[in-house]
Ligand binder design. Structure first.
Ligand code: 6GU
Length: 260
């Protein structure tokens, strides 16, 4: 069973982890999620967790002493991998999600305000693997929502969480043939809705043509929405048909490396 500890001044943010995929994984004993209120480790009457930044500047910084006591209690004699959500961290990717899904114990330390006193990461970095991680190029008010994102991405990769019916092997960012290709559009019944028809090929029963059409749509969508991902496609994975389609889309593949 994977253990997840989350320390935050807003543990109520994690109520969604009781429902859906992650809630079921917890009921099935695949995931053990424990949320903690950081203020439980504050000593003063006001349960203070922050103070003004040395060197001046706007906002407040989370105090190291409270974090130290909280982390010591939660960690005990163990050695979880520690994740600190922050917009200045390394990018959270499907690859990092897979790496974290293989860990037995993860500890998320959620900062608010301008962040946690950096000595906390320095101190625990001597004992644990500590990563500061960002979920994208925008700024959230705190790490809580970012941790929800990461827990959902990691949780669905744990063995037994997703049924075989929708396994994670052909995710857009999973390793393999579909790597760096976005998934194309999907349809269900009825065959015509408000005058919009389902593409005929999907009703044809011709599996080869369906696969080819899906790949074309994946390439089109990747070129349109994520040209930098399209540019990163390994040219060796592109067949003649793919190259013709990319040409029709006026998409120039980057030049192939030439061996000297
Ligand atoms: Cl992990 N935290 C915050 N506060 N903002 C973010 C983020 C994390 N990732 C992107 N923006």
């Amino acid at each position: 069973m994977t253990r997840l500890d989350i320390i935050s001044i807003f543990p109520e943010y994690f109520a969604p982890l009781d429902v859906s995929l992650i809630g079921k994984a917890r009921e099935r004993g695949i995931l053990d999620v424990r949320t903690h209120q950081l203020r439980d480790w504050a000593h003063d009457v006001h349960k203070t967790v922050d103070d003004t930044p040395y060197g001046g500047g706007p906002g407040m910084v989370m105090k190291p002493e409270v974090w130290g006591e909280a982390l010591d209690d939660v960690i005990g004699d163990g050695a979880p991998r520690m994740i600190v959500p922050t917009p200045s961290g390394r990018p959270f990717t499907q690859e990092l999600a897979q790496e974290l899904a293989a860990e037995p114990w993860l500890l998320f330390a959620c900062g608010r305000y301008e962040g946690i006193d950096s000595r906390v990461m320095a101190e625990y970095g001597t004992r644990l693997r500590v990563d500061e991680v960002s979920i994208g190029d925008y700024v959230l008010a705190g790490g809580e929502v970012a941790v929800l994102v990461m827990v959902e991405a990691i949780g669905r990769l744990l063995p037994g969480v997703l049924g075989n019916a929708h396994s994670a092997v052909d995710d857009s960012f999973a390793p393999g043939a579909m790597r760096n290709l976005l998934e194309g559009p999907v349809y269900t019944k009825p065959p015509v809705w408000r005058g919009h028809e389902v593409p005929a090929v999907l009703l044809s029963g011709h599996h080869g043509k369906v696969a080819r059409w899906r790949r074309d749509e994946a390439l089109r969508r990747t070129v349109a929405n994520r040209p930098e991902l399209a540019a990163a496609i390994d040219p060796a994975t592109l067949d003649k048909h793919d190259r013709r389609l990319l040409d029709e889309l006026s998409f120039r593949l980057p030049p192939e490396d030439v061996a000297h």
